[in-house]
Design a protein around this ligand. Structure first.
Ligand SMILES: [Zn+2]
Length: 467
């Protein structure tokens, strides 16, 4: 009841969305495109609407086996719950309701992994200081670039505590750029972890490079505490720090002539690759135990068992997550597409009907209320407009780079230097050209789908548990 009330179709949201879709559709027609979804794909890796569509359906189809395996585990958990609720009832369950998905996954994780105990054992390793230091160790080995904390000058900072200034320097101690990391939680601060560019790198008229200045805004710690640097961060937040620092490094490594294409100023599908790749490094057992060290006792290593448990729990239900993301991507594409957009604009179809139809086709075993309208709270439709799927393309590309170049030798300087060179072009080349530099080939839509499906199959081997 709570879920369906929270996500209920809302007429006001619907009229805003209808207005947005209709305006975008008119704009695309005015500029000679069949739909906004066609227009949005210019300069992207997959290049056109039809390829994006087949990529997303490909992800759904190829992950279906792993998706059903994970679902079977959740159906088992659900059956055990109803058995406990109703000892003499019929416990034949073959479907799951959308509102139970998150709850059942949580129950599974609680029983399958001893998260509470592992979190306690590993928590001294996961502090704000240990994570950025671990990231610096990684970039030093990969690119020869270190992050060093710089003292702040009075008046330099917008907030007195919970903000750190990191200077990126190369092996000759040349300054490459500055990252301000704002981690304090304050009522007036914007919610949501992100990376802002204050100043881009570019070539100056005397041939030197303008030094980039970046801000990472994360809600991690209570900034009022004098010990905020050593505040514990959750496993998930540590992973997010690697992601956001991955964006920052993309900007730091930028060496484009013009600032408009420096670093993260590139097509959306490419801009999320460096950050996603850093998550692959973070998720590698060997890398994690090697670089994440206690700041007070750096000689101590996180135990392999603890790291493995944290990672296994984090990556359980990857197939469900992937298919869900593909479904959201399909909705965002089709709502701007040639068939649905004119119907929505003229009031012949609602976005709720379209969303329900896509969810039923992509996740047929999940029961949902036709009146449930997740898309009314999905702000990505505004910012990404027919390109929300870029996240999946970026993840698939990062997965290919990880598997091909780093899986067997994560600290390879040769491939680290190559990847740094690729990132230095920012948006100066087409994403396919850049990927070819690191992979040796231009990945097709099929290569990307394969990468995601291989990953989800590998991770979908969950054991049944008693909850
Ligand atoms: Zn990102």
């Amino acid at each position: 009841m709570v879920y369906n009330t929270f996500y209920r179709h809302d007429d006001i949201q619907e009229s805003y969305l209808q207005h947005l879709i209709s305006s975008r559709h008119q704009l695309s027609q005015l500029t000679g495109f069949e739909s906004f979804a066609h227009r949005a794909q210019r300069n992207s890796l997959l290049e056109n609407y039809d390829t994006v569509r087949s990529f997303l359906w490909g992800v759904v189809e190829k992950c279906r086996g792993a998706f059903e395996k994970e679902l079977a585990v959740l159906i088992d958990v659900s059956a055990q719950c109803s058995q406990q609720d109703n000892n003499n009832g019929n416990n034949e369950i073959s479907t799951i309701a959308e509102h139970d998905l998150g709850f059942l996954m949580h129950l599974y994780r609680e029983s399958a992994y001893d998260i509470a105990q592992v979190s306690q054992q590993s928590s001294p390793f996961f502090t704000f200081n240990s994570i950025w230091n671990g990231f610096s160790t990684l970039t030093q080995r990969l690119y020869g670039v270190r992050l060093i904390e710089e003292p702040l000058i009075s008046g330099e900072m917008w907030n007195s505590s919970g903000v750190m200034k990191l200077q990126a320097v190369d092996e000759q101690n040349n300054e490459l750029g500055v990252i301000y990391v704002d981690v304090s939680i304050r009522p007036e601060k914007a919610v949501g972890d992100c990376h802002y560019t204050v100043r881009c790198s570019k070539q100056l008229s005397d041939g030197t490079w303008q030094m980039p200045i970046l801000v990472l805004s994360l809600g991690l710690v209570d900034g009022h505490s004098s010990q905020w640097r050593n505040s514990r961060v959750s496993f998930h937040s540590a992973e997010t720090m690697f992601h956001e620092l991955g964006h920052a490094m993309h900007s730091i490594l930028g060496r484009t002539k013009y600032q408009h294409v420096a670093g993260t100023r590139c097509p959306q599908d490419f801009s999320e690759i460096p950050s996603n790749l850093m998550e692959y490094f973070f998720s590698d057992l060997g890398v994690m135990t090697d670089i994440i060290r206690r700041t007070d006792r750096p000689e101590e290593q996180l135990s392999i068992e603890s790291a493995a448990t944290l990672l296994a729990s984090r990556h359980s239900f990857t197939a469900i997550e992937t298919v869900q993301q593909a479904a959201y991507g399909l909705y965002d594409l089709e709502v701007h597409g040639p068939i649905a957009a004119p119907q929505i604009a003229s009031g012949r179809m609602t976005t709720t009907e379209l969303f329900h139809d896509i969810m039923n086709k992509t996740m047929p075993h999940i029961q949902r209320s036709p009146d449930s309208a997740f898309q009314h709270r999905f702000h990505h439709t505004v910012q990404y407009g027919a390109k929300y799927y870029s996240y999946l393309v970026a993840r698939a590309s990062a997965c290919l780079i990880w598997q091909q170049r780093f899986l067997n030798d994560p600290f390879s300087r040769k491939w680290g230097d190559c990847w740094a060179e690729v990132q230095s072009h920012g948006g100066g080349h087409h994403p396919a050209v850049l990927l070819e530099k690191i992979l040796g080939f231009r990945p097709t839509e099929n290569d990307l789908t394969q990468a995601l499906s291989k990953e989800s199959q590998h991770l979908a081997n969950l054991d049944a548990v008693t909850v």
